[in-house]
Design a protein around this ligand. Structure first.
Ligand code: NAP
Length: 313
């Protein structure tokens, strides 16, 4: 079965929800699909303190607010509706769902985000869900009074490392270089936290255990060390979900979609916003800006197609 819309939004994080809000306000027949519950990366963030105008809000709470807000303007939101592929057929863009259902529209806004990058070391897959995690908010509470390792040196590693000290007795942040990539404010916070210890210039080589994680092995200055831990939280970046596009769209070396200033990809009728798009930073504020721009641009595109149809009638 297939349904027709003006705009289809794939992904229900801040970028997709902002796009949906604006598209609906502009009276476009708009639908948003997400493979899970609404929120995207908001759901992996405990507290948000850097969204202008809001001192502090739970990620989950902001997700609900953004969803309710978009729904009030008429956005048709479909959660737990995984997309198998996004395709382009002449003037029509097609979003195929795993359910077999098909959504068709002249415009698709891809806000599909991405997934955590894996470290790729022995033991990582074996102990996933048994001490190895990629989400502190989801799994932190299972590690009360345990010693943990956090791998990575970006914003996520430092922020989530700090968060995990609510539960853990000690958190070792293991980073492959001697300098962090994370914002200074997150570094300062982690340095001020007495439960955090830093292991720099260290490459994780293996995660070991016996039924469940009990140590991490890393190499530092030519020496192989073993650190006993009850869990390993991995924050080494992100892989964009751009592969869902069946047609070729320009992307960078890491698979992030390249857009113009209106968030248009190289495929007419397909926009890319938020974490799936190549850009300097991944912030809620920038995601919301991307979504807004794409919705306005897509609205102009849909109107121009309608004008063409009227002119040729
Ligand atoms: P990221 O900024 O890409 O940092 C990834 C970290 O993992 C880097 O320190 C990198 O080391 C390290 N790494 C990568 N591959 C590795 C490997 N194979 N082995 C060991 N270490 C490895 O990723 P992120 O921290 O997940 O953040 C993703 C985006 O979300 C960023 O744009 C970030 O600003 C944003 N974010 C923002 C906030 C916030 O504003 N509060 C919170 C979370 C995330 P090198 O430094 O040596 O490359």
């Amino acid at each position: 079965m297939s349904e027709q819309f003006d705009v289809i939004i794939v992904g229900g994080g801040p970028a997709g929800l902002a796009a949906g809000l604006y598209a609906s306000r502009m009276d476009l027949r708009s639908v948003l699909v997400d493979r899970g519950p609404l929120g995207g990366q908001l759901l992996n963030t405990e507290l948000i303190e850097d969204y202008p105008g809001i001192d502090s809000i739970l990620g989950q709470e902001l997700a609900v607010k953004m969803g309710d807000h978009a729904r009030r303007f008429g956005l048709d939101i479909r959660e737990f509706e995984p997309v198998s592929e996004v395709d382009a057929e002449s003037d029509v863009r097609v979003v195929r769902l795993e359910s077999g259902h098909e959504l068709r529209a002249p415009a698709v806004i891809l806000a599909a985000g991405g997934l955590p990058r894996k470290l790729g070391v022995p033991g990582e897959a074996e102990f996933a869900g048994r001490g190895v995690s990629y989400c502190a908010v989801c799994d932190g509470a299972f590690f009360k009074n345990e010693v943990l390792a956090v791998v990575g040196g970006g914003d996520a590693a430092l922020e989530e490392g700090d968060f995990l000290t609510r539960y853990a007795s000690k958190v070792h942040i293991i980073h492959r270089r001697d300098q962090f990539r994370a914002q200074p404010i997150l570094q300062d916070r982690a340095r001020a936290n007495k439960k955090i210890d830093f292991v720099m210039d260290a490459q994780v080589r293996e995660i070991v255990g016996n039924g469940k994680t009990n140590a991490v092995k890393y190499e530092s200055r030519g020496e192989l060390m073993e650190l006993p831990v009850g869990g390993v939280f991995i924050f080494v970046g992100f892989i964009p979900n751009s592969r869902v596009l069946k047609v070729h769209a320009d992307h960078d070396a890491e698979g992030y979609l390249v857009t113009d200033p209106e968030m248009r990809t190289s495929v007419p009728g397909i926009w890319a916003v938020g974490d799936v798009r190549a850009q300097l930073t991944k912030q809620i504020a920038t995601a919301v800006g991307d979504g807004t721009t794409a919705a306005v641009s897509a609205s102009a595109y849909v109107s121009s197609l309608r004008d063409k149809v009227r002119a040729s009638a």
